[in-house]
Ligand binder design. Structure first.
Ligand code: NAD
Length: 268
């Protein structure tokens, strides 16, 4: 059911790779709620992913941009404002990739050149994006910027490896830039800490199924799905959350507040 919560708003959505992607569901919900959007992803993802199909379905333009490259971000933002006909109301950063995880390096034996790249893609890109939006004065007043995070920023999940540090940095950029954007433009910046979700990025983590099942069992409401995440993103892009800023918001069925749950204790 749609409520027209984003009627007349313009948005940019990063990170829709395939139907599984959280950003894919967010893009669908945002257009259902009346927004006009631009979709973007890394050039390589445009070649191998299915984003063009989504673009056609939603009548949304797809613009390639490597989120680690300032010149790509600048072009993307200029073109988006032109295509959408004005300044931007909301932006979703849904980007994550770890070279060390992908190449199965143990946390105690990481390649630090790869780590730099991981941090650049998964966290510093968020700062680069916000800096570009800020310096171009591309956001409308009371706009909303959101990035997706994971609870490994606060707690230890050994197989999440260096992505834990990437998420901690991402969340910190959200808080710090949220101050500057709030003062200058009344724009809010938040991170949304999502349950384990079956996607390309998620299932790349070693032992993902166990992680997913454990979180499902621990959370009183069960894991939050990608569709439910999209609903929460819509609310955070809408005018119903205007004074929520500089927060890391858990969207995890209650997982983050649990100590033990008797249902996961062994019986003997
Ligand atoms: N899946 C989960 O369990 C889970 C849980 C919590 C948070 N998240 C976060 O959600 C976000 C989206 O991930 P997802 O699970 O939908 O997986 P996904 O693999 O569908 O999305 C990751 C996206 O990042 C994009 N990307 C990678 N390098 C890029 C670059 N240089 N420039 C631009 N885009 C680039 C990929 O092309 C892909 O579209 C990530 O930040 C991820 O860490 C995922």
């Amino acid at each position: 059911m749609a409520y027209n919560l984003l009627k007349g708003k313009r948005g940019i959505i990063f990170g829709a790779l395939d139907e599984q992607s959280i950003a894919w569901k967010v893009a669908e919900k945002c257009t259902e709620e009346g927004a006009s959007i631009v979709l973007t992803n890394a050039p390589v993802a445009l070649r191998f992913g299915e984003i063009q199909k989504l673009g056609e379905k939603l009548s949304a333009k797809v613009i390639p941009a490597d989120a680690t490259k300032m010149e790509d971000l600048e072009q993307l933002i200029d073109q988006s404002m032109e295509l959408l006909g004005g300044k931007i109301d909301f932006v979703l950063h849904s980007i994550g990739m770890s070279l060390n995880v992908r190449k199965k390096r143990e946390y105690t034996n990481l390649n630090h050149d790869w780590m730099q790249k991981t941090l650049d893609i998964s966290a510093i890109s968020f700062h680069k994006l916000m800096q570009t939006l800020y310096n171009k004065d591309a956001m409308n007043e009371w706009g909303s910027i959101l990035a997706l995070s994971y609870i490994a920023a606060q707690r230890v999940f050994p197989d999440y490896s260096e992505m834990a540090e990437a998420k901690a940095l991402l969340e910190s950029f959200g808080r710090s830039f949220g101050y500057h954007f709030g003062v200058k433009k009344k724009v809010r910046v938040n991170t949304l800490s999502q349950s384990p979700t079956w996607t390309t990025a998620g299932s790349g983590v070693k032992g993902f199924k166990d992680f997913f099942d454990y979180a499902e069992e621990m959370s009183p409401l069960g894991n939050a799905t990608a569709e439910e995440c999209a609903d929460y993103c819509v609310m955070l892009f809408s005018d119903l959350s205007k004074k929520v800023t500089m927060q890391n918001l858990f969207h995890d069925g209650g997982y983050s507040a649990m100590g033990i749950n008797p249902s996961v204790m062994k019986e003997d």
